[in-house]
Design a protein around this ligand. Structure first.
Ligand SMILES: Cc1cc2nc3c(=O)[nH]c(=O)nc-3n(C[C@H](O)[C@H](O)[C@H](O)COP(=O)(O)O)c2cc1C
Length: 168
């Protein structure tokens, strides 16, 4: 067993990747040996003792590469500590949007009853209508660009996860 932590992520437009990078940086500063990798590129968890998995929500679903990651690594994840986050709220960021996103994420994780993460969090996302293509662009083109990622909250969560892993 090593003491290496994998931070695996999926990201369509890059905002979740930046969150994953920030989490990996904080965990390294806390003294952990961290590998950062796209979830879709991870073939084996053999060299790791813990995993952080993060991905955005799109149309009420956690990104398919995060779902595939859970399916592919089910056997190992049943006995390996894992923390998960979803990136989502990025439109008006009001209480309703946060509650809805938390509910979406809870429902997505409930599809994996065997999976018991030590931490689970929803983080604000980034929306830029310029990124979109037709037909979604047509429906969302009038919404303003927004970046609701809270870097202090992200750092605090990463530090908490690192502490939990180091206490184990
Ligand atoms: C077409 C579209 C659908 C989205 N659907 C959801 C959703 O169902 N729930 C949610 O919380 N966020 C939703 N979002 C917000 C994204 O999760 C957010 O923009 C996130 O930061 C994108 O991550 P990425 O840049 O890593 O791809 C949606 C965004 C777009 C553009």
């Amino acid at each position: 067993m090593t003491n290496k932590v994998l931070v695996a992520y999926a990201s369509k437009y890059g905002s979740t990747q930046e969150v994953a990078e920030a989490i990996a940086k904080i965990m390294r500063e806390k003294g952990l040996d961290v590998n950062l990798q796209q979830a879709s590129q991870v073939r084996s968890l053999e060299e790791y003792s813990a995993v952080v998995l993060g991905a955005p929500l799109y149309l009420y679903r956690w990104h398919k590469y995060a779902i595939r990651f859970l399916n592919r690594h089910e056997k190992v994840l049943k006995s390996m500590p894992a923390a998960v986050f979803a990136v989502g709220p990025s439109f008006n960021g009001d209480e309703k949007e946060w509650l809805e996103t938390r509910d979406q994420f809870r429902k997505e994780l409930a599809k994996f009853p065997w999976f018991k993460p030590i931490e689970s969090e929803v983080m604000g996302g980034k929306f830029d209508p310029a990124n979109l293509s037709f037909p979604i662009k047509y429906f969302l083109k009038d919404l303003p660009a927004a970046d609701l990622r809270d870097w202090d909250a992200i750092a605090a969560w990463a530090a908490e996860v690192a502490d939990k892993l180091q206490d184990r």
